[in-house]
Design a protein around this ligand. Sequence first.
Ligand code: 4AD
Ligand code: MG
Length: 462
Amino acid sequence: MIQNNIRTVMEKGSVGEPVKIEGWVRTRRDFKALTFIAVNDGSTMKNIQVVIEHSMPGFEKIESLLQNGASVVVIGKLAQSQGSEQKFDVIPDSITVPGPVPVEDYPLQKKRHSFEYLREIAHLRPRTNTFGSVARVRNAMSFAIHRFFQERGFLYVHTPIITGSDCEGAGEMFRVTTLDLKNPPLKDGAVDFSQDFFGREASLTVSGQLEGEIYATALKNIYTFGPTFRAENSNTSRHLAEFWMIEPEMAFCDINLNMDVAEEFIKYILKSVLEECPDDMDFFNERIENGVADNLRSIVTSDFERITYDTAVEQLLKSGKEFQYPVKWGIDLQSEHEKFLTGELYRRPVIVTDYPKEIKAFYMKANEDGRTVRAMDILVPRLGEIIGGSERESDFDKLRSRILELGLDEKSYWWYLELRRFGTVPHSGFGLGFERLIQFVTGMQNIRDVIPFPRCVNTLDF
Ligand code: 4AD
Ligand code: MG
C-alpha cells in the first residue's frame, strides 16, 4: 500500500492498487448517487478526487462532516479517472473524519481571499493553493542552495545569531538584553551594560559575513544560510525585520570570480525550481504574475549585464526619466533606479560594480581611484537589489584606517583586523536575500507572503 503522499500516488500508483490518503477536503460536489471530494495533502498542488458512492457502508455517518477544510483519512483503491485533470481517482472502502469543520466559522471560504486578509490568518493560509505553492518552492530552493554549494566543496558554517559587532555598520540592530527595562542599572547617566547578560552590549546579527570570513580564511570556501535581523524602519513590499540570507565567502577570490559564482548560483536555483516544481511554477505563471516562469527560463540561458556604478548613473541621467529621487553621482541607487536599469533599459539582471565608497560598508576593498570600492550588487527586474557583495579589504593598514576614518570602534573589530595580519588573502563574498529571490521566482508582490511568519515594523501577529 502506498501511504500518505498524493504526489507519489499520482506519480507511481497504478489502477486497482490499494491506497490510503490523508489530507484535507478542498471541495465537494454532490450528485444523485455520488459525492466527489477533492483532497489535498500539501505534497503537490494537485488534489486527488475521491468518488464516494452513497451506498458506501457508513456514508450516512460522515456525510455531513465532509466539508471544506475537514481532515480525512480515505482507504480505498485507485481507479482510472474519468476527468481530464488527473490520472487517478480514489474509490473509497472507508472514510474517517478526524477533524470536522464548523462550516460557517471557517475563515477560508471557497472564494478567492486577498493576500492582506490571508496574512491575518497565517495559521490557515498554508492551506490555500498560493501559500502551499510558495512553501514547496521555498523548500525546493533551500535544498537547491545547499546542493549548489555542497557540489562545489563549500562548507556550511553556522555563524552566530547573537553578536557583539555591527557588520554593516549601519546601526540597524535589534538589541538583546536581560536588563530590567523599567529600571536599568545606570553608570554616569547611561545604561550600564557591564551588568547585562553578556557583560556588554549585544544584538541580533544583521549578517554572518564577518564570522564567515574567519572560516573562509581557514577553510577557503564556505557559506552561511540563516536568519538575519534588521531594525530598518522600511515599511515596503521588499523589507522584513527578520529575513534569511545566504552568504558564501571565498578565499583566493577576487571581485570577478565573485560575480561569476553569484551569476551561476542564481541560474542554478532558477533552473532547479523550474525542474522540481513544474506545477507550482505553472500556477505562478498563470495566476500570480503572467509569464514569470517563462522569464526565468530566459534568464537561465542568457548572460547578466555587468556595468559600473559610473555607467549606471550615466544611463539614468541620459534616460530623461523623472525619478522621485534625483540622480547624481554619489547617491545610493533607489529601487526606482534599479527597476529602470533592469526592467526597462537592459531587460535582464544587472550586476553593478564599483560603487562610491561613502555609500558602502567599511570592509569593502578600495579601488585605486580612491573614490570607489570593489562592491557588486545584483539587481533584477521588478524588485531591484537581491544580492549585495564585494571583494573585502585584505590589507591591514588600509582596513584599519577605513575603520578609524568612519569613527568605528577599532577594538570591537580586533579579530577582524587580525585576519589581515596573519596570512591575509584576497577574498570575496556576497549575500543573497532569500525572500527577495523567492519573490522574483514566484512573482509574489509582497515579501510578507513568501515567508511563513513575516516580522516587519508594527507587525508581529504570529
Ligand atoms: O546588501 P546587504 O546589506 O549585504 C550584506 O549584508 C553583506 N554582509 C553580504 C555579504 O557580502 N556577505 O544585504 C544582502 C541582501 C540584499 O541584497 C537583500 O537581498 C537582502 O540581503 N536584504 C533584505 N531582505 C529582506 N529584508 C530586508 N530588510 C533586507 N535587507 C537586506
Ligand atoms: Mg545592499
